[in-house]
Design a protein around this ligand. Structure first.
Ligand code: UFG
Length: 334
């Protein structure tokens, strides 16, 4: 039995589908603060999933979970992940992402569960000193979100040395797209991410899409990011767990496509994929946005055998189909 924390969320939910398709039994632990019960209901139709509503900040919830289920390994997503919010509410990030994870690790040690795959982020690197960014790049996060995840990476290294807890840290770049059957997708409130925001502006009553800054030191002046498809990313978690089972050693991997796409480029691709003009305006820069972030993911490719397969066009297409579903879900529940 594999425990997925945050399995009712965007990346956790897609990873759950990947594991269910591979025949794993899952227990999902999620507070539903940002995750959705609808995702759990969908997952239950795909395979063997138990669900526990609980909070990492409450050790009693974790004790109940670990006493009730015989867990072999943990895939840990549950976290808050808005960079901007973390700047004005750091306590929320350190309490949940850092302290909550310590509670999880302690429950694991207590119940002799010694393997974890952890959802880390390229935000732990901070302002890049060089690109593409490899795993050896210095880690100097510039916001509490990145710092809350970096602390966990360090705690995990200490827990390995002291208690033999083995961890794989996966540092994601930007994540896009959804399940090709459009059963689940990106569902944040408020939505701050680039692709869903572009797509939302195509619906009647939607806001004009805003490009946050066109005066960066990049070829077209807009920020460059590395957009990895969520199904490809989900696959990397399964490969990481299989690697952990095989090698029984801690490690860290970047997950990205190694392809840098500018905001303008993504916007143009959305117009092309949808075959429509999308309303757009240039707005001031958003605080905390580095100009250029993209991955060197050679290590994940050579060591894990991971290869991102889906194009940015595919990610945009599935994200749009999901967005159409979401508009309907939101209207029906209003
Ligand atoms: N952007 C716009 N308009 C929007 C939304 C975004 O121009 O309406 C721009 C941003 O300014 C940025 C780019 O699109 O330049 C990507 O922004 P996102 O909000 O989609 O993603 P971020 O790169 O800010 O953040 C993502 C994850 C974080 C993670 C980070 C690591 O959401 O959790 O990648 O870089 F930490």
């Amino acid at each position: 039995m594999i425990l997925i924390t945050g399995g009712a969320g965007y990346i956790g939910g897609h990873t759950a589908i990947n594991f269910l398709n591979a025949g794993y039994d899952l227990v999902i632990f999620d507070s539903l603060e940002t995750g959705h019960i609808e995702t759990i209901e969908t997952l239950k139709q795909i395979g063997n999933v138990s669900f526990i509503k609980g909070d990492l900040r409450h050790p009693d919830d974790l004790e109940k979970l670990f006493s009730e289920y015989k867990i072999d390994a943990v895939i840990h997503f549950a976290a808050f992940s808005l960079v901007g919010e973390s700047v004005f509410n750091p306590a929320k990030y350190y309490r949940n992402n850092t302290y909550g994870t310590i509670n999880l690790l302690d429950a694991m040690i207590e119940h002799d569960v010694k393997k974890i795959v952890f959802s880390s982020t390229c935000a732990t690197y901070g302002e890049p000193e060089y690109t593409p960014i490899d795993e050896k790049h210095p880690q100097n996060p510039i916001n509490p979100y990145g710092a809350s995840k970096l602390m966990v990476e360090k705690i995990m290294a200490d827990y390995d040395a002291a208690y033999g807890l083995k961890s794989i840290k996966l540092r994601y770049f930007n994540v896009a797209g959804c399940d090709e059957k459009i059963r689940i997708g990106e569902w944040h409130n408020p939505e701050t991410h680039l692709i869903p925001n572009i797509l939302k502006s195509t619906f009647t009553g939607g806001q004009t899409f805003k490009i946050f800054g066109n005066d960066y030191n990049t070829p077209d002046g807009t920020c460059i990011r590395d957009y990895v498809n969520v199904e490809d990313l989900a696959e990397a978690h399964r490969l990481a767990l299989e690697y952990l089972n095989r090698e029984n050693k801690s490690d860290v991997f970047n997950l990205g496509t190694e392809q840098g796409d500018s905001v303008k480029n993504i916007f143009d691709t959305c117009e092309k994929v949808l075959g429509t003009e999308i309303p757009v305006e240039i707005a001031p820069r958003r605080a905390g946005d580095p100009a250029k972030l993209y991955a060197d993911a050679t290590k994940a490719q050579t060591v894990l055998g991971w290869k991102p397969e889906r194009s940015i066009e595919q990610s945009i297409k599935t994200a749009y189909d999901w967005e159409c579903n979401l508009q309907k879900i939101i209207k029906d529940t209003d």
